[in-house]
Design a protein around this ligand. Structure first.
Ligand code: UDP
Length: 318
């Protein structure tokens, strides 16, 4: 297969490119480096089955040659990023999805949308099954991301129903691992970087809010299987083991051997109180289950952050 991955220089996009290449496929990566980073794909430059187009998918997009798949992963995805880039976030979810779907239609390619657990908003149903319609504030600070992704799902289903495009929708829950940007503002990267620098860990609120963290290799495996499956309705891919943010902070301090303290900060507006995927459908349809649990995944992620300049000050505990 020859597939296009938008957002290929991002955290998930770059791991997904690795996955397709490892199976012998050809990958065309597309990114404008708004939040993606050249470092994430530096190892692919010169690979005979990888090519790269520097471009914003929210603009008209031309890709030469045949395509068997279009995987739309371009978007700011951390709350800090999309609060700074609300217009770009809305555009890539709407115009970018429209362009990517148009490309899939023109090339008769399969299309996969990277959607999100944010479509469930601050959920009133727990854990969240795909059948839950969500509880989203359209005009709050997270609305630019949540509504863009909800629009993207609607657009994807419309192209499927009206134009016959062969579509997939993955709803991605909090994912972490190597290649996250140290400054992207998400809880796992913030806590690890702060712990390695010996700075206080910036816990928002009282830390009782929960998230369910999926290691990137598990997430990518689930997405890859969904792409190859025949499932057209949305599928949650995430790890159902749920932790409070305070538990995460304590675990990061333990695993880094840091002397950092936990500091309470104001809770951001509309911060979801709980989040946990119901992965019954992923298990049944894809035969997929996460295999890397939080402690192990964090150790691997900490190792990655230790290699980065500015986060290497603290050596592993002996
Ligand atoms: N959070 C935190 N400290 C940080 C960053 C985030 O306590 O430095 C909290 C945030 O309020 C949320 C959770 O951690 O409850 C997950 O935040 P993240 O930005 O990783 O993603 P979200 O799941 O909110 O999209």
């Amino acid at each position: 297969m020859r597939v296009l991955i938008t957002g290929a220089a991002g955290f998930l996009g770059s791991h997904l490119a690795d996955r397709f290449l490892a199976d012998g496929h050809e990958v065309v990566g597309l990114d404008n480096f708004l939040t993606g980073r050249p470092e994430n794909i530096a190892h692919l430059m010169g690979h005979e089955r990888f090519s790269f187009i520097r471009h914003n998918i929210s603009e008209y997009t031309y890709v030469p040659g045949d395509l068997d798949g279009v995987l739309h992963f371009a978007s700011p995805a951390s709350p800090v990023d999309y609060l700074e880039l609300p217009i770009q976030t809305l555009k890539v979810g709407s115009l970018g999805t429209h362009n990517a779907l148009g490309l899939a239609l023109a090339k008769r390619a399969r299309f996969l949308l990277a959607s999100t657990s944010e479509v469930y908003g601050d959920p009133l149903v727990h854990p969240q099954p795909e059948s839950y319609w969500g509880n989203v504030n359209p005009i709050g600070p997270r609305g630019c991301y949540d509504e863009a992704k909800r629009f993207a799902e609607a657009m994807t289903m419309a192209y499927h129903r009206a134009q016959g495009v062969d579509t997939r929708i993955v709803r991605i829950f909090n994912t972490y691992g190597p290649r996250m940007r140290p400054g992207d503002g998400r809880v796992v990267s913030n806590f690890i970087v702060q712990a390695l620098r010996g700075e206080p860990l910036s816990m928002y609120g009282d830390g009782s809010q929960t998230r369910s963290f999926c290691y990137v290799a598990d997430e990518v495996e689930g997405i890859y299987r969904l792409f190859l499956s025949q499932e057209r309705m949305p599928v949650n891919i995430g790890n159902p083991n749920e932790f409070t943010v305070r538990e995460l902070a304590e675990l990061v301090i333990e695993l880094t051997g840091s002397s950092s303290v936990i500091q309470s900060n104001p809770l951001p507006t509309d911060d979801p109180k709980v989040r946990r995927p119901d992965i019954t459908r992923a298990r049944a349809i894809l035969g997929w289950d996460p295999t890397v649990q939080l402690r192990e995944g964090l150790l691997r992620t900490i190792e990655y952050f230790r290699t980065l300049p500015g986060t290497a000050r603290l050596q592993p505990p002996t």
